[in-house]
Write a new protein. Structure first.
Length: 362
């Protein structure tokens, strides 16, 4: 394999562009065991995701998990799959499109805005290649994880840097590390909850469920737990909730090791056993609905609560294509592009290129 990826044909008259790449977790191509196997293999082979010695894990992964889990996971994906495909893929694609439009309304025209998945398709490598073909010389990488974790934000950037390391002509790069306490993001979350409450009474308890990570990652210095706690506190303050009106919990455990607590499943079971009349659940760590929100919470979580004796369970959708969230996302992008869109030399080259293109078409 060549050391460097092929470069697009060089042109002296092209206008250099600035690109924004949204990166999300990923999704299989179809809700089938055949499609799940390569997706899970890529995901669970990532040492950022599974931090145990490689050889024992390789044997477990290839000898057990990849022979049993794809079929189980396929059934779960099939329960939330839509006519347009994976919800995570469709929401991420829509967010990229709406973001480009919002940036244009804010005066930032000519940006190349795209999206990629850390695992599955479209791959980060393929999209960065496409952006380079479009003349992107400055690139903002924005993982769509509000709270930073090594197993989410860092691995997304790892893969992007792996691709960039194979470019002979590497673009200038910036990254967004997190936005867990960004005022616009918090305001959009609060507005989403209030909008949901317009159609029913405020619940007895609001459960804020974040994706879990192994407990030892916090002990080793991962800031994820603290950032989830801050997001939850800021959201509660924006909603004017007392401490006994909400709870922060963690979902999606995998394996036997201890994960961040309290576990969402146990919280919902306890609330059910306490005969809680109304419970609402929101997942602030996801900006787009996906398997973990639509199946694990809206379906499994609801069943856990109701079967334990609870009353009414309501799931509050993620931000998805919400207009306030898109404005907030555009503001995050604008803040991180400061200085890049004000380069006189670049602006001059862009104007010259546009003038040449206009002359050639007249």
């Amino acid at each position: 394999m060549p050391r460097y990826l092929p470069e697009p044909a060089f042109r002296h008259d092209y206008a250099p562009k600035t690109g924004v790449l949204l990166i999300n977790l990923g999704t299989p191509d179809a809700p089938t065991a055949q499609a799940l196997r390569p997706y899970l293999k890529q995901f669970l082979s990532d040492p950022r995701v599974i931090e145990i010695p490689r050889l024992p894990w390789w044997l477990i992964l290839n000898g057990v998990i990849l022979n049993t889990r794809p079929k189980q996971s396929a059934r779960k994906y099939a329960s939330i799959w839509t006519k347009d495909g994976s919800p995570l893929l469709t929401h991420t694609r829509s967010q990229a499109k709406l973001l480009k439009g919002q940036l244009g309304e804010m005066g930032m025209t000519g940006l190349v805005v795209d999206y990629a998945m850390r695992y599955g398709n479209p791959s980060i490598e393929s999209v960065i290649g496409k952006m380079r073909e479009q003349g992107v010389e400055k690139l903002l990488l924005l993982p769509l994880y509000p709270q930073y974790a090594a197993s989410s934000s860092a691995t997304a950037l790892d893969e992007a840097f792996r691709v960039l390391a194979r470019l002979r002509n590497m673009p200038e790069v910036r990254t967004v590390r997190h936005f867990h306490d960004n005022p616009g993001y918090i305001a959009a979350l609060a507005a989403q909850v209030r909008k949901h409450w317009q159609y029913g009474q405020q619940p007895d308890k609001l459960v804020m469920s974040f994706h879990g990570v192994p407990r030892f990652t916090r002990d080793k210095g991962d800031p994820y737990h603290c950032e989830c706690q801050k997001t939850g506190r800021l959201l509660a303050e924006a909603l004017r909730l007392a401490p006994d009106q909400y709870v922060i919990s963690f979902q999606s455990r995998f394996g036997r090791t201890e994960w961040l607590k309290p576990y969402t499943s146990e919280v919902l079971e306890q609330l059910g056993k306490a005969k809680t009349a109304k419970v609402d659940v929101i997942c602030p760590g996801f900006v787009g609905d996906c398997l973990e929100t639509l199946e694990e919470i809206a379906m499994e979580g609801k069943e856990t609560f109701l079967s334990s004796g609870g009353g009414e369970f309501r799931y509050i959708p993620c931000l998805n294509e919400d207009s306030q969230w898109i404005v907030s996302l555009a503001t995050i992008v604008k803040d991180n592009l400061a200085g890049w869109l004000e380069n006189p030399a670049e602006d001059g080259r862009a104007r010259q290129a546009r003038a040449r293109e206009k002359g050639a078409s007249s």
